[in-house]
Write a protein that binds this ligand. Structure first.
Ligand SMILES: [Zn+2]
Length: 231
């Protein structure tokens, strides 16, 4: 009986720990530790270089071979500067570059935004298209800002559902309106190239904020996307 109570308490504590780890800053946010940026980028590159070398060594690769010699450093730099380069909040496209000079009040759709991300469960690529729309309440953004925002949130270990929400949320904040939507259609190499190896399947996620919850508005948005037969 005592043991059972002890077990329950331990279980409860463990679940609370997991809960806290998973929900740093709310569950829409990428789960980062509070010391995530304690190391500089160059310190991280140095550390990851050793880690990658160790993985390759464990696999039995000869790192003195010309072809492999540069791989650990190359991968480390790619992680920090490129594919996971969107983790640091400083890299977020700045809000000050969003201007407010037009009076366009209809739906604006930026479609077929090329998306490269990385699945955080397997560290394999996610490749696809993002389609973003908003209805201005007076504020507008430069069109490329939507591409940059997608790219910023894509450059981190990701899950597609979270990426979709993060894009919508960031635009809602910048545009000061709930009327923002995002549809992402992407291939996950962890599904296409390994495991079930379904090369043709893709994953579609969508988030419809504010007016986009209205079936007519949603239909208008999705109608624009259907103009492109590749969607
Ligand atoms: Zn995966």
């Amino acid at each position: 009986m005592k043991d059972a109570m002890k077990f329950d308490r331990l279980l409860k504590e463990t679940l609370e720990d997991i809960h806290e780890e998973d929900h740093v800053g709310g569950n829409m946010d990428t789960p980062l530790r509070s010391d995530a940026f304690a190391l500089s980028d160059s310190e991280k590159i140095e550390s990851i270089e050793k880690d990658v070398a160790r993985i390759l060594e464990t696999l039995g690769m000869d790192l003195t071979d010309d072809s492999l010699r540069g791989t650990p450093k190359r991968v480390a730099k790619m992680f920090i500067n490129e594919i996971f380069g969107g983790l640091h909040p400083d890299k977020k496209p700045s809000a000050s570059t969003f201007d407010n000079k037009y009076k366009y009040g209809e739906m604006l759709v930026e479609k077929n935004i090329t998306l490269y991300s990385t699945c955080e469960h397997h560290l394999l690529p996610i490749v696809g298209k993002a389609h973003v729309a908003y209805i201005s309440n007076g504020t507008v953004v430069g069109l490329s800002k939507m591409n940059r925002l997608v790219d910023y949130f894509a450059k981190r270990p990701q899950v597609q559902e979270r990426l979709t929400l993060q894009v919508v949320n960031a635009l809602q904040e910048v545009l000061n309106t709930q009327d923002v939507a995002c549809v992402i259609d992407a291939k996950h190499l962890c599904v296409n190239a390994r495991g079930i190896r379904d090369i043709d399947s893709s994953t579609v996620t969508a988030e419809f904020g504010g007016a986009f919850k209205n079936p007519d508005v949603k239909k208008e948005f999705l109608g624009y996307l259907k103009l492109d037969t590749s969607f």
